[in-house]
Design a protein around this ligand. Structure first.
Ligand SMILES: [Zn+2]
Length: 457
């Protein structure tokens, strides 16, 4: 795609430039038309300003009038009946570097009152967990002296958990509210044409679900080599929606199936009696193998194991690992449970880490941008734990992960090693698993008969 674009650019430079300018000015005209139309609506402008939140200081005007129905007004936050002045609902969105104190003071709340509210809130919430994009829903009461007082504050600390501060005279009461969530199963089936990613997108499969599929099958399927046009997939996952409709998210993947290279691989999500959750094949074998084959998501193999011409030094040498090209900052996962035996700079490898998994296998990760927080020699890590981020440190021509697997001290091809499944369900767990399989299969059958629900994204 990029290649053909590049070729077209070289052939017809003037036409491309003109085309681009026309496209840009057209886009500009459309945007301007939309803005004008929105502007002419009147109240839309006010609501937009309220939505953006956080930035401007609240005007200290008693009896300040606001539209009676705001789209961001949380229905759970009904104004107290005894209030003589109507509280004003505002949505304050967290920007990078914001603190709760700054946000409340910016909204016009006196410092002492903001301090008291935060003191109450932090009994159940660590302010360091505040994330950019998160929203504080506040209600402000214009006071007789022209200042504003905090009537209530709501903060969603988890998808289904909200902390709510409510004014009680001079102080605040803190409520921890479990938000009701509706779970909806979603089923998608499709045929790969260009790529699994495009085929999945075309059937309304969220990115996270596709990534989970790739991650779960990374040991059984070489997505670069095995996957061909005509291969089929089926995915069943849950969509979670708050009962009040205020937020939605992708839940767990329950089932996946891929028909690839003439064989079928499938897996079911299963929660064991002790609460551990895993993915298992129809026969009850765990998908979780001793080592991940691909310790980065969405990466492209840019160089395989074996002899190659060195891109910088020019001579032919043995490439003792696999290179995964990925954007700088992409998380790198520990390929398996183990102990970090090296973490830091190491000559031409740049920022480098090594993990010993067992008596047989060691994995190594080179050219990282940086190590993940807390990764140091001697640390025990779990499979899938982020140990660092893709970079281009050391002798490297661009952001990539150089990944090595050492078997009994010698580098082996990470894509070729075959290991048995690490676990197989037995006895009562196997019986429970079979009931889970039957329930999921029944759900698949039922959903397959229903008409396809168009994605509302
Ligand atoms: Zn390499």
């Amino acid at each position: 795609m990029l290649g053909s674009l590049h070729a077209a650019w070289r052939r017809r430079p003037s036409a491309m430039v003109v085309g681009a300018i026309v496209a840009l000015s057209l886009a500009g005209a459309v945007a301007a038309a939309v803005l004008t139309w929105r502007g002419s609506e009147g109240p839309v402008g006010d609501i937009t300003a309220l939505r953006s939140g956080g930035g401007e200081r609240w005007p200290a005007v008693p009896g300040f009038e606001v539209p009676t129905r705001l789209p961001d007004l949380d229905p759970a936050l009904a104004p107290p009946r005894e209030a003589r002045l109507r509280p004003i609902a505002r949505r304050l969105e967290v920007s990078r570097g914001d603190t709760l104190m700054e946000m409340l003071v910016r909204a016009g709340i006196p410092r002492a009152e903001a301090h008291e509210a935060i003191r109450r809130l932090t009994r159940r919430f660590d302010p360091r967990d505040l994330k950019p994009g998160q929203a504080l829903l506040v209600e402000l009461l214009p006071a007789a002296d022209g200042a504003v007082r905090l009537a209530s504050l709501a903060l969603d600390v988890e998808f289904a958990r909200r902390l709510r501060l409510q004014r009680t005279g001079e102080g605040f009461a803190l409520e921890d509210v479990a938000l009701p969530v509706v779970r909806r199963p979603r089923l998608a089936t499709g045929v790969v044409e260009d790529s699994l990613y495009l085929a999945g997108k075309g059937r309304g499969v969220p990115d996270q679900v596709l990534m989970e599929l790739v991650r779960l099958l990374s040991w059984d399927v070489d997505f670069q080599r095995d996957l061909q046009p005509g291969d089929r997939f089926e995915l069943l996952w849950e969509e979670l929606e708050r009962a009040d409709g205020s937020d939605r998210r992708v839940g767990d993947v329950l089932y996946g199936r891929l028909e690839v290279a003439g064989r079928t691989v499938a897996f079911y999500r299963f929660e064991r009696q002790d609460g551990r959750v895993g993915y298992y094949g129809p026969d009850g074998r765990s998908l979780r193998k001793a080592l991940l084959r691909t310790p980065v998501d969405g990466a492209r193999i840019s160089s395989r194991f074996g002899k190659r011409r060195h891109p910088i030094l020019g001579y032919t040498r043995m490439h003792k690992g696999v290179d995964f090209a990925a954007p700088r900052g992409t998380p790198i996962y520990a390929a398996g449970d183990g102990v970090v035996t090296y973490a830091g700079r190491k000559g031409s490898f740049g920022v480098y880490a090594r993990i010993r998994h067992n008596g047989r296998y060691v994995t190594a990760y080179a050219h990282m941008d940086r190590l993940a927080k807390g990764i140091r020699r001697g640390l025990r890590v779990r499979q899938g734990q982020v140990i660092g981020y893709v970079g281009s440190t050391g002798r490297s021509t661009g952001p990539h992960l150089h990944f090595e697997v050492l078997e009994n001290g010698r580098q082996v091809n990470p894509l070729k090693i075959r290991q048995p499944a690490s676990e197989r369900l037995a006895g009562r767990e196997l019986e429970r698993f079979r009931r889970t399989v039957a329930a999921i299969d029944a759900l698949r059958t039922r959903l397959a008969r229903e008409p396809v629900i168009a994605s509302r994204e």
